[in-house]
Structure formats: C-alpha cells, structure tokens
Design a protein around this ligand. Structure first.
Ligand code: PLP
Length: 404
C-alpha cells in the first residue's frame, strides 16, 4: 500500500498512529513503503541503506524474489487451516530444517518469544517427568534477552530492564549466572536444575559473543550433570553469524534450539528443534498454537532457507562480517568492536551516545540500531557487499565526527 493511494499526508498518517495505536517503539521518521534487497524506500521513494534488516530478519535480502513468489503461490492455494489436516509446506520445511541443522524434530511457533516458551516448557516437562516434581529449574545468563512473554521474560537476566520492570513477580524456576563465566554457571546449578539456556551471542545485551571455551564448557557441564543445553538462536540463527546456526561455530549441538527472525524471510514464524528423546516430553495436547506452522510462513521459510544455503550466505556473512568489523575499529571514539559474522556491535566511549549515532545515520539515509547508552548494532541482510559496508562505514564515521 502506498501513502499516495490513501490520500493522507505523512503527518496525518503519524497522527493516526499516535491517536489509535499503543506506542512502545521509537520510530524512524519515515513511512516504509517498499523494500528490495539492501534498501528500504520511504514515501517519496528515497532509498535508505538497510543495516538492520527488520532486526536480523530479512537475511536473504528484503523482499527476496523466491520468498515473494512462495508467499504468492501459497496464499492462492490455502492461507490457514490450523493443524488438523497435513499441509505440504510444514512437512517440507520440517525435513529441510532438521536435516540442515542436524536435529531430529521440529515444533512450529509464531515468534522468538514463543519459541523460547516452547523450549522452556519442553525442558521443564522433560525434567519433571524423568526426575520428579522439583526438577524444572533453568540457569540462564545475566544480560541475556529471551523475549517478552512471561516465561521468556523470566529467563531474561536483566531485572532492571524496561522489559521486566513494573510487571510484578517473574515466573519461578530461573537463576542467573555471569555470561562467559563457566565457574559461575557451575555454581548456579543445583539438584533442581534441569537445563542451561544460552544465547551464543547476546544480541540485545550489547553484542557479546560467547567464547569457545565457555560454550564447550557448558556442553560438558550439561553432559556431566545430565542437564539439557538450550540454545536460543532467535537472533543468531540462519547464517547470520557465519555458520548456519551459531552453535556450529563452536562444534557443539544443543538438546533443544529455538529460532525465529531469520527463518521466515520476513514472514512471522518461530520454531524449536529438539533431539528425539527430549522431544517426547511434548505429547498430544500438552502444547499447541492456532497459527504455529502457518502454511504461508512455512512456504516463505522453505524458500528463505533454500536461498540461504544455495547462495552460501553464511559464507558471505563470515567474509563480509570480518571485513566490516575490522574496518569499524578505525571509527573515532571506539571502545570495542564485537561481532560474529554479520551481527556487529560498536561500543563507543562515554562521550558518544548510541542513540545519537543512530539518529545521525538515519539523517544520512543509513538504518542501524542502538543498544543501551553507547552501543550501535549493525545486522544487515546477509547479501550485503564490502562496498555497501564501506558506504555504511563512511556514514557512521561522518556522524560520529559531527557529534564529537
Ligand atoms: C535472542 C532472542 N531471543 C528471543 C527474542 C524474542 O523474539 P521475538 O521478538 O520474535 O518474540 C529476541 C528478539 O530480539 C532475541 O534476540
């Protein structure tokens, strides 16, 4: 839909949003009318270079043509059925995902937070049924982010964050340990612990990659203590970090993995994959969702995953991500550049505000995100080229120089 077709001005459209919508987002001052590959176009047709990809979603490019045609084909056949009949996209995607990432079984959800709810529920049910009624505690990391529904919020180790403050008590059954600190995780495990839940890179927590020693240590700890390793790949999954799933960068396998964002090529979908044994915790009626496994989202995801693999976009994420990250080191006021593939964060010293850099880049037609007080995050579509990274670098550099 185009603004012109509505007869509204941009200000009138913003007026509708302010009057009728519950706003919890800080918006870019643009109407996103169209998107293709690396660019989003506003109401005047002005292109913006996309280094946020709808928050790590449009991995094979905005409106990837294979995804678009899969969606069009599927909406013409059947849009929604619930999970009573078998549907073709669900089955084909299940095989593709499980075989590609080396897991046994998939359960479809609609978003990242829902995928994490499913992962938490499956681990708890597995623990309670296998070991007894108290065996359902999960150790997660401080500064983690797992989503905004109650289980996922409670798993999130950020008690002072706006996503937790003011909502009353969190769900019991979680304890928190320091990220990248194996000893702290070991100390947090007790007789009631059934699982450890971890992001391989803390995205919302400020782009903090896990060390190899830490991830291998967690896998070993879980094996020794009979715990499940739950890996949240909602932000890191589907080629963003230079491997198909970030856990492959470490040479380990989870017992359950959650995914969403990059899976659906822009369509809403989430999922967990589990080992055969752990997956048996979900029995008839014990878990379900009206929209999970939606035929259109599954058809889009099948096209997206096929594109990601066939075009080796994990390889591009690794190559271009390393190039971009090393280039960003040359920015003024940089404290640290952290990255895994094309999940890239720059932390500035206290004199530079991440939000100001984000706004300055927007004014110069580059879209990035800011985290906390001094961090910017770049998570472009994985089709991005070195030349586009050069362009983004120049814009960020100019922005920081003006802010100095
Ligand atoms: C690691 C991680 N888990 C879960 C979520 C929640 O996903 P969603 O916003 O799709 O519910 C996010 C979102 O940023 C995330 O980064």
């Amino acid at each position: 839909m185009k603004l012109k077709e509505t007869g509204l001005t941009k200000e009138e459209l913003k007026g509708l949003v302010n009057k009728y919508m519950i706003e919890t987002y800080e918006r870019f001052d643009m109407v996103a009318e169209k998107a293709k590959d690396m660019y989003i176009y506003d109401e005047n047709g002005t292109p913006y270079l996309d280094f946020y990809a709808g928050i790590a979603v449009n991995n094979a490019g905005n409106c990837n043509e294979k995804v678009v045609s899969a969606v069009i084909d599927q909406v013409q056949d059947i849009i929604h059925t619930f999970n009573y009949p078998y549907t073709i996209p669900q089955a084909l995607l299940a095989k593709k995902v499980c075989e590609t990432i080396g897991m046994d079984k998939i359960f479809y959800q609609n978003s990242g937070t829902e995928a994490n709810e499913a992962m938490i529920k499956m681990a708890r049910k597995y623990g309670v049924e296998k070991y007894g009624p108290d065996k359902y505690n999960i150790v997660t990391a401080k500064m983690s982010f797992h989503g905004r529904t109650f289980g996922a919020m409670s798993a999130t180790g950020q008690p002072d964050n706006a996503c937790q403050v003011g909502f009353g008590d969190m769900t019991p059954g979680f304890s928190y340990a320091k990220y990248n600190d194996l000893d702290d995780f070991k100390a947090a495990v007790n007789d009631n612990t059934i699982a450890v839940m971890i992001e391989p890179v803390q995205g919302e927590g400020g782009v903090n990659p896990a060390t190899k020693e830490f991830m291998l240590g967690l896998r070993k700890l879980c094996d020794e203590k009979g715990l499940l390793l739950l890996i949240d790949e909602v932000q890191t999954g589907w080629c963003r970090t230079g491997a198909i799933m970030s856990y492959m960068n470490y040479g380990i396998k989870p017992d359950i993995v959650s995914m969403a964002k990059g899976l659906g090529g822009g369509m809403p979908i989430g999922a967990i994959c589990a080992t055969e044994e752990v997956s048996k915790a979900f029995t008839m009626g014990s878990h379900g969702t009206t929209f999970g496994g939606h035929p259109v989202s599954c058809a889009a995801a099948l096209a997206e995953v096929t594109e990601l693999i066939d075009r080796d976009l994990a390889g591009n994420a690794k190559k271009v991500g390393d190039y971009f990250a090393s280039k960003l080191e040359a920015l003024p006021h940089v404290k640290e550049v952290r990255h895994q593939g094309l999940l890239v964060g720059v932390e500035f010293d206290d004199s530079i505000s991440g939000i100001d850099v984000k706004h300055g880049c927007f004014d110069r037609k580059l879209l990035i995100t800011a985290i906390g007080d001094h961090i910017i995050r770049m998570i472009p579509p994985l089709i991005v080229s070195k030349e586009e990274c050069d362009k983004a670098f120049e814009i960020i550099k100019e922005t920081v120089e003006v802010l100095e």
